[in-house]
Design a protein around this ligand. Structure first.
Ligand SMILES: [Mn+2]
Length: 314
């Protein structure tokens, strides 16, 4: 008989994790499970590889439940929102030596895991996890509902991206009936930005470059900017939404220089053009409408490569 998700709760100790520098979906999924296990008196550790700090716009989530791994070996590891083990960062070796790896995700083709619960058509990992709660009769408290709602909001761009379907709304509706605070969560994520990061936005706007033939727009944040504007990368996630606003563009890219001079890229598409394909040409990943990658290429090399990849699709 096929193992159920909850069968794995029995094999303690348990580690819960997700991709490096986790977003609202990864943290929301992980903490939803942590709260459930706590309520069942099952010991579990939630850890991520985080460079810098957790984003303050997700601090409505119970961050105090996140800690460092305290064991050499976990019998079971739950991995959320992470299709490739290399995206676990410095937790990869700890995760891979576990006997039971359960991957819950909405990325395509996970490359690891003993039990894979995957739906690439789901808008968020919290949507996949919500279905498991329902199917396996696990109760959803208000705190769990807030966590699941957070992933649903961030991965659908507050119910606006093309992955937002009627199931997303029925889940959101059910989560609200369980007490999820939609307006408070949305306000924290989208309605409040650190003042210094907001000032950095002016630089990002100054540097916008549009290729009107390809309808491709991009901008860049340099490592120096964080010092100049007294802010940190974790406060600047909203800037890609500024870049993608220009109505002359269909594909948007924001490059962020890292301390080792490499670049991290965030891609968005508002048409059927698939930015996951663009990201995968840099060994990155994500979804059709939103993807990311890291590269050691130079700025102009990155832009030329992206333009080349866009041309292949149009
Ligand atoms: Mn996700």
């Amino acid at each position: 008989m096929k193992n159920k998700f909850k069968d794995y709760f029995l094999n303690t100790p348990i580690l819960i994790t997700g991709h490096i520098n986790p977003d609202g979906d990864a943290i929301g999924s992980a903490l939803a499970l942590k709260i459930l296990l706590d309520s069942m008196n099952i010991e579990a550790t939630v850890s991520f590889d985080i460079t810098g700090e957790l984003p303050s716009n997700l601090n409505h989530l119970p961050y105090h439940l996140i800690s460092n791994p305290d064991k050499e070996l976990y019998n079971t590891v739950f991995v959320f929102d992470c299709g490739n083990s290399s995206r676990l960062g410095n937790l990869e070796s700890l995760v891979l030596k576990s006997k039971n790896i359960v991957v819950v995700d909405h990325h395509i083709d996970p490359t690891f895991g003993d039990l894979q619960i995957i739906d690439p058509t789901a808008a968020s990992t919290t949507q996949v996890l919500y279905r498991l709660f329902k199917e396996e009769d696990l109760s959803i408290s208000k705190d769990i509902a807030d966590c699941l709602m957070t992933g649903l909001i961030t991965d659908t761009g507050r119910f606006q991206y093309s992955n937002t379907n009627s199931e997303v709304f029925s889940i959101a509706s059910d989560l609200m009936s369980k007490g999820a605070s939609l307006s408070q969560i949305s306000e924290n994520i989208y309605g409040s930005v650190e003042l210094n990061a907001l000032k950095l936005q002016s630089k990002v706007i100054d540097r916008l470059e549009l290729d009107s033939e390809l309808k491709f727009i991009y901008s860049v944040v340099y490592e120096d900017d964080y010092k100049k504007f007294k802010t940190t990368p974790s406060e600047t996630d909203f800037l890609i939404d500024t870049v993608r606003l220009a109505k002359e563009s269909e594909i948007a890219l924001l490059l962020k220089e890292q301390s080792d001079s490499s670049f991290k890229g965030s891609l968005r598409s508002r048409t059927s053009l698939d930015v996951q394909k663009l990201a995968s040409s840099f060994n990155g990943g994500g979804h059709k409408a939103a993807s990311g990658f890291s590269t050691t290429l130079k700025l102009d090399e990155i832009i030329n490569k992206i333009k080349h990849e866009i041309r292949k699709q149009i």
